[in-house]
Design a binder for this molecule. Structure first.
Ligand code: BJ8
Length: 423
């Protein structure tokens, strides 16, 4: 840590609070991840990434900035990474999964705001997030009311907030809004970086991001196997690291891990949890270090086989067609790709339900656990019809509404255990 102290100071972090945060994070990682048995060797890379999450990776970004590479922070998978890559800039995810500086946050936002939004504010106000502090531009998106209204407040706290509008329906008009917004965004990225994004650059950006998505998709496919070759916690971690790591190195590391897992599957090896109920998680995204629910599920004897989530398949399953030869054609492909993301802010949103059913079958799941963050209207409201439709289709479903606190761990455990017995 001493190696990075000056860098953290220069970024304006509060060193004492930041130290305390790293300690809690390290301890949580030790207890939840390193204590698992039968972990594939390929997870060593991700252990390393996590041990350096505020160190080496941030140093790479800071060094890159000195060479003129901009850093762009975002809170949503609707921010098109292809465009950012095309301008030699780096996208980092800024959502966080832990409460911080809650008292300060609640002076700016109502108490009944979802934890995901509150924690992003907490990390900013508490000066503990090197990613937010390294960002040359932060992109907000008009998705749920909580996010879009809180960006009006965030604007006063960060130097360069850019807000992108998003459609709410999958109509032709909605698609036009997305295209217009992505064109505007491309122009803004060009202005920020001084790079003109031509077709070659855009193609290259698309390829880098496609490769990253292909690698995590390959990993997902391997989770169809029984016994499971990798725990749900480890798979989630990889989906979380997706948002921070260097994309090319990440892609290589995931592919290497997949080679190893394929070997495991060939030998019939895997987690020593034969007959454990296979759970599909669906709902709100889980940002680092939000590991509570998966940890409760997997430490109570069940296994997680997939995530219908933006930190998971909702965010990564679709590729962008790179075959176009003009900027216009490639921009159209980017819009096509993102327009398929079935976030609950869209209405109606039947594609998401179909996707949950499809994942349930593909991953040979025994039940679905729907994860809703308290005060998240889009996902909490959608969870009721989703539960009803799944149960009607004979898919056992459990709805868990929770937040980032640890107060309800025992209660969740009891409900998950009862659910595991039912399925
Ligand atoms: S595309 S899921 S990343 S908006 S949990 S802040 S919805 S109140 S995160 Fe999301 Fe983009 Fe959609 Fe995905 Fe609001 Fe709900 Fe909080 Fe949420």
């Amino acid at each position: 840590a001493a190696t990075y102290e000056q860098m953290w100071k220069d970024l304006g972090l509060d060193l004492a609070s930041h130290d305390a945060l790293l300690q809690v994070l390290g301890k949580g990682y030790q207890d939840i991840f390193l204590s698992q048995t039968d972990r594939p060797q390929g997870m060593d890379y991700f252990n390393f990434v996590m041990s350096e999450v505020h160190g080496l990776r941030v140093k790479e970004l800071v060094d890159g900035k000195k060479e003129g590479h901009k850093v762009i922070g975002s809170f949503c998978v609707f921010v098109p990474e292809e465009i950012i890559r095309a301008a030699d800039a780096t996208l980092v995810g800024l959502c966080t999964g832990a409460d911080f500086a809650t008292e300060e946050v609640e002076k700016l936002l109502p108490r009944n705001t979802c934890s995901l939004i509150k924690s992003a504010f907490g990390f900013k106000l508490g000066k503990v997030c090197p990613y937010i502090e390294s960002s040359d531009m932060i992109v907000g998106e008009n998705t749920c009311d909580g996010k879009k209204k809180s960006y009006e407040v965030l604007d006063a706290l960060v130097p360069n907030l850019y807000v992108m509008d998003l459609p709410q329906t999958k109509s032709n008009e909605g698609r036009s809004v997305l295209r217009a917004e992505y064109d505007k965004f491309k122009k803004t990225v060009e202005e920020l970086t001084g790079v003109t994004i031509d077709a070659d650059r855009l193609k290259k950006g698309i390829e880098i991001v496609n490769n990253k998505r292909k690698a995590v998709h390959r990993l997902s496919q391997l989770r169809k196997a029984d016994p499971l070759p990798i725990s749900g916690l480890d798979a989630l971690l990889i989906n979380q690291v997706f948002f921070y790591d260097d994309p090319i190195r990440f892609t290589d590391s995931v592919n290497k891990l997949c080679d190893e897992l394929e070997g495991r599957i060939r030998e019939g090896k895997g987690l020593d949890k034969k007959g454990a109920p296979r759970i599909l998680l669906s709902g709100c995204p889980m940002a680092v270090p939000n590991w509570k629910l998966p940890w409760v599920i997997e430490s109570s004897g069940a296994v997680i086989v997939g995530e219908e989530s933006c930190v998971g398949e909702r965010g990564t399953r679709n590729q962008t067609d790179a075959s176009g030869s003009t900027v216009d054609e490639l921009m159209e492909s980017i819009v096509d790709r993102y327009f398929k993301v079935d976030c609950a802010i869209f209405t109606p949103n039947s594609d998401r339900l179909n996707h949950v059913k499809q994942m349930f079958n593909d991953y040979k799941a025994d039940g679905v656990i729907h994860y809703g963050l308290q005060f998240c209207q889009p996902y909490q409201i959608e969870s009721l019809p989703v539960e009803k439709a799944l149960e009607e289709a004979g898919i056992p479903t459990l709805r868990i509404d929770t937040d980032y606190s640890m107060e309800d761990v025992e209660q969740i455990k009891t409900r998950v255990e009862a659910f595991s017995e039912r399925i």
